[in-house]
Design a protein around this ligand. Structure first.
Ligand SMILES: [Zn+2]
Length: 89
């Protein structure tokens, strides 16, 4: 299973939005979190699979590090994980 972690920096420069997207259609995924795992579902492609909370946290951390380099963020910013925030382009 592959999911895409997409990150955008809000205009205030302080909030990083992380979206979880389907690698096939780039649709935003529904995320269902349970104690045991994190499951992802695409509206078009159905259930994509699941990650352990640790794997998920790792993916988020990597996306955040990548975004920090991309945007040259020197200090930690707050982070929002989906759904898409309309104030972020
Ligand atoms: Zn899809």
């Amino acid at each position: 299973m592959e999911i895409l972690f997409s990150s955008k920096l809000k205009k205030d420069g302080k909030t990083l939005q992380i979206l979880l997207l389907c690698t096939e259609c780039r649709g935003e995924l529904e995320v269902m979190t349970t104690a045991a795992n994190v499951r992802f579902r695409c509206r078009k492609h159905g259930e994509l699979g699941s990650l352990s909370p640790a794997q998920f946290a790792d993916g988020v951390r990597q996306a955040r590090e990548k975004a920090s380099q991309q945007y040259g963020l020197g200090k930690p910013v707050s982070m929002k994980i989906g759904p898409r925030d309309p104030t972020i382009q």
